[in-house]
Design a protein around this ligand. Structure first.
Ligand code: C5P
Length: 230
């Protein structure tokens, strides 16, 4: 799983999720899954344990952001779930990120959210009262994350290449905001196709609605894998 494509399981409950996952039963390799706040807050840790028991690679996207001690303890609890990836917000700062790294255990990778892909440059300038450009802001947050020992970032594909150049090739660059040509952007402001994301230096993709809202989710997933080159 060196260049994972995570399907974002943005579903309200376990039942809907399992009936969606059944469609993928015939594939030779199980898809990697992203469990976000909606599903986690509805079904909790037991459901994550169940998905792990079934052999799925899990990216738990809880975007932790709190005081350093609280985040450190939360990361230690989540590490016991044996998930492969977890998100924290880079904007939580160095001390918070250090606590996260200290408590993550040996196997789980931490990804730092830089700027949400639903944010445009104007949005961040207004909300965060800054004159920084999107690229400056993302790069600054990525660098803070890198300095503290975080494994990689979540950013739009539009910043992935810059992060690769300014930080290094091995720092992971996972990119949401992925749409197949012709799909709706929904609430995402910075979208890219899987092929473009690959060309722009992404090392992993998160895809939700282009798969989950498709008439044929398995076909959409396979199209994405083909474009992505897995
Ligand atoms: O449906 P769509 O492909 O837009 O879903 C993207 C997923 O990636 C959602 O689950 C969202 O929470 C997540 N995400 C994001 N932008 C980030 C971090 C995570 O869209 N910066």
């Amino acid at each position: 799983m060196s260049r994972p494509v995570f399907i974002a399981l943005d579903f309200p409950d376990a039942k809907t999720t399992m009936s969606f996952l059944e469609k993928f039963n015939d594939l030779s390799e199980k898809p990697a899954l992203k469990v976000g706040m909606e599903l986690y807050y509805s079904e909790g840790a037991d459901f994550v344990r169940e998905l792990r028991k079934q052999g799925f690679t899990i990216f738990l996207d809880l975007k932790l952001y709190d005081i350093p001690t609280t985040v450190g303890h939360a990361v230690a609890s989540i590490a016991k779930l044996d998930v492969q990836y977890l998100t924290v917000h880079a904007i939580g700062g160095s001390v918070m990120l250090q606590q996260a790294v200290k408590n993550k255990g040996q196997k789980m990778k931490l990804l730092a959210v830089t700027q949400l892909t639903s944010f445009s440059e104007i949005d961040i300038q207004k909300t965060q009262l800054t004159t920084a450009t999107m690229q400056e802001s993302v790069l600054h947050l990525a660098d803070i994350a890198y300095q503290t020992g975080i494994d990689g970032t979540i950013s739009s594909a539009q910043e992935a290449e810059l992060i690769r150049q300014k930080i290094n090739d091995t720092f992971l660059r996972v990119t949401p905001g992925i749409r197949l040509t012709g799909d709706s952007a929904d609430d995402q402001a910075r979208i890219t196709t899987p092929l473009k994301a690959k060309q722009m230096g992404a090392t992993g993709l998160v895809v939700g609605r282009s798969i989950t809202k498709s008439d044929n989710p398995v076909q959409a997933y396979q199209r994405i894998l083909t474009e992505w080159g897995n």
